[in-house]
Design a protein around this ligand. Structure first.
Ligand code: URA
Length: 244
């Protein structure tokens, strides 16, 4: 989202007319990223946290869309029966109730989108849209060209054959774990489906099991340098990219 004046932002969010929004600012009722604003020239983007009377303002009829960099050891559910930390615990400071869009395994890190927009979730997770998902996988050993070809052609896993995936080796070296002395490879893998533990199973199938797995993009939305365990609002542009 480009920068817009705070009063325009408030008006677009349906809080009040632009003139009334100026009054709210003048009366000291508006904060941006926790700082009380009285300057009419203040500009904000979709990444700023704007509040009126302490209550968050979100463009788009209070539909909210965020990205979280999920750490390993956190479950992608709203509540866990074993009391393990959930992705919702990591977005506690949001007033609206949000839900994960799709899931990442307990032992996978990276980009997870959460929203309170059920339609958006439905569309994004519907198999017919085949939204691409990009992963970085550290795997044991160095796959051969023929292994990469299997990824590209489709791999038989259990009762299905995966649709063609993209794969490239982006690095090789000593495995990250202290205990492992073996060589590992870093693969960038793009899949267009989302079956249970699919990337792990595909890597297993070519006999290069996953050591670490991280999702770095969904469609054109990239995790970038968002710190692990942290979240941010998606920009309007990012929401548009995902609105298929
Ligand atoms: N594939 C996997 O194996 N695990 C994930 O968490 C996501 C994709």
């Amino acid at each position: 989202m480009e920068q817009v004046r705070l009063q325009k932002y408030l008006a677009e969010a349906g809080i009040a007319s632009r003139r009334k929004s100026e009054e709210l600012i003048r009366d000291g009722r508006v904060t941006v990223n926790g700082v009380r604003i009285s300057d009419m020239g203040m500009k904000v983007t979709g990444n700023d946290l704007v509040s009126v009377d302490g209550k968050k303002v979100v463009l788009g009829k209070n539909k909210i869309y965020i990205m979280l960099n999920k750490p390993v050891g956190v479950v992608t559910t709203v509540k866990d029966q074993f009391g393990r930390p959930t992705v919702i615990d990591l977005v506690k400071n949001i007033d609206e109730r949000v839900y994960p869009v799709g899931r990442l395994d307990y032992d996978t890190s990276g980009l997870l989108i959460l929203t309170n927009d059920g339609e958006f979730t439905y569309r994004l997770t519907h198999p017919k849209h085949e939204m691409k998902k990009v992963y970085l996988a550290e795997v044991e050993g160095i796959p051969e060209q023929s292994d990469l070809e299997q990824f590209r052609n489709g791999i038989r896993i259990e009762d299905y054959t995966t649709s063609p995936a993209e794969i490239k080796i982006v690095g090789t070296g000593k495995a990250a774990s202290d205990k492992r002395q073996d060589i590992s490879s870093l693969l960038q893998i793009t899949i267009h489906e989302g079956k249970n533990r699919q990337v792990r199973k595909m890597c297993e199938a070519i006999k290069h099991p996953v050591i670490k797995l991280k999702r770095i993009a969904i469609g054109d939305v990239k995790l970038g340098d968002l710190e692990e365990g942290k979240w941010r609002y998606l920009s309007k542009e990012e929401i548009r990219w995902l609105n298929i």
